[in-house]
Design a protein around this ligand. Sequence first.
Ligand SMILES: NC(=O)C1=CN([C@@H]2O[C@H](COP(=O)(O)OP(=O)(O)OC[C@H]3O[C@@H](n4cnc5c(N)ncnc54)[C@H](OP(=O)(O)O)[C@@H]3O)[C@@H](O)[C@H]2O)C=CC1
Ligand SMILES: CC(=O)N[C@@H](CCC(=O)OP(=O)(O)O)C(=O)O
Length: 345
Amino acid sequence: MDVAIIGGTGYGAVELIRFLHNHPHVQVTKIISHSNSGTDLSEVYPHLTEIIDLEMTPLNVDELAKEVELVFFATPSNVSKHYIPSLMDKGVRCIDLSGDFRLRDGEIYQTYYGEEMATQRYIDQAVYGLPEINKEKIKQASILANPGCYPTATTLGLLPVLENDLVDNSSIIIDAKTGTSGAGRGLSLNVHFSEMNENFKAYKLGVHKHIPEIEQLLTERAKEEIQVTFTPHIVPMTRGIMSTIYVDLKDKQSTDYLIDVYQNYYKNDPFVRVRRNGTIPSTREVYGSNYCDIGLYADERTGKLIIVSVIDNLVKGASGQAVQNMNIMCGWDETTGINQLPIYP
Ligand SMILES: NC(=O)C1=CN([C@@H]2O[C@H](COP(=O)(O)OP(=O)(O)OC[C@H]3O[C@@H](n4cnc5c(N)ncnc54)[C@H](OP(=O)(O)O)[C@@H]3O)[C@@H](O)[C@H]2O)C=CC1
Ligand SMILES: CC(=O)N[C@@H](CCC(=O)OP(=O)(O)O)C(=O)O
C-alpha cells in the first residue's frame, strides 16, 4: 500500500519513516513538507543517507488523493483539520498524530487549542485510536485520531482499576514527566540545552491540552464525569514519558491482586506489559519501542494505589501507535513493523 506523510521534517514523521521502512505491506511514496519541499529528506536527516531516497513535495490534496491510499499527518495542531475532510471525501484514510480530531466538544477544543474545532460532521466520524480499548472501531476508521503521549501513558495506567470499579474516581492525581523530544524539532527557549540540562520543570498547570483528552476518555469509560489533577514536567532526557498516578482504592487490596487485574485486562494486548515481583518500570526499559510498561504498588497503610506507566513518547506516544492503528485499520497483525526490542542501555 502506498502512503504519504505530511510534516516531513518533524520528529513524528522521521519516526514513522523508521518503522515503515521495514513494514512488509507499506511503501512511503510521498513526503510532504511546507518548509523544505524540493529537498531530499536525507539532506535534512543525514542518518537516512542511501536509505531513503525521496524528495519532499508541497501539499496538493487532489494529487495526493490519486497517489496514495492512506495519509499520516505529523503536523502541529490546527493544521490537519483543514485537509482531512477533503481527503476523506475523496476516499483516502487519514491518521492524525495531532490533537485536531481527539476532542468531541467544540468549546473545550477552543479553550485548550485556541481555535475552532474541525467541522462536527468529521469529528463525529473520527475514531480515538487507543488500540487497547477501541480495536473494533479502529478497523472501520476513515479518520483516526492518534492519542496524545501523556493520555496514552496515563489512561493505559488507569483503565483497569477504573473499569473494575476499584478506585474512588474523584481522587486521581497524575504526576507526569516527559523528555524534550515531546516538544518536537522546532527550536524553543524552553527546551534548549542550557535551559534543560540539569533542570526539571513543571509546566502548563491547569491549562495543558491533554487534561480534557484524559478526562474525556476516562469519563466515557467510567460512565460518570471524571476530573483529574494533572501536572506535566519536562526533564533532561530526549525520549520517554513516565506517568505516576495516585488514586484512592475503594477497599484494601494487595499489590498482587491488582497486578492480576491488570494482567487480565491487557491479556490480548501485545504492547502493554504489567510488571510482577515488585519491579517498577523506567523509561529506558521501553526506549525506542512500542511498549507501555506498568508497575503497581498498593500502599496498605494509606489505602492509595500508586501506578507507574512508561512509554516512549515518539513511539507508543505517537508514531509507533500510529503504525499500530494503521495495521488494525488494514486488517494486518497489529505488531507488524513495530515489534522492535527496546534499546538498552
Ligand atoms: N513529539 C512527540 O512526542 C509527540 C508529538 N505528537 C504530535 O504529533 C505532531 C507532530 O509532532 P512532532 O513531529 O513532534 O513536531 P515537529 O515540530 O517536530 O514537526 C512538525 C512538522 O510539521 C510541519 N509544520 C510545522 N508547521 C506547519 C504548518 N503551519 N503547516 C503545515 N505543516 C507544518 C513541519 O514540517 P515541514 O516543514 O517539513 O512540513 C514540522 O517539522 C504534533 O501535532 C504533536 O503534537 C503527539 C504525540 C507525541
Ligand atoms: C515537552 C512538550 O512540550 N511536550 C508536549 C507534548 C504534547 C504533544 O505532543 O501534543 P499532542 O500529543 O497533543 O499533539 C506538550 O506538553 O505540549
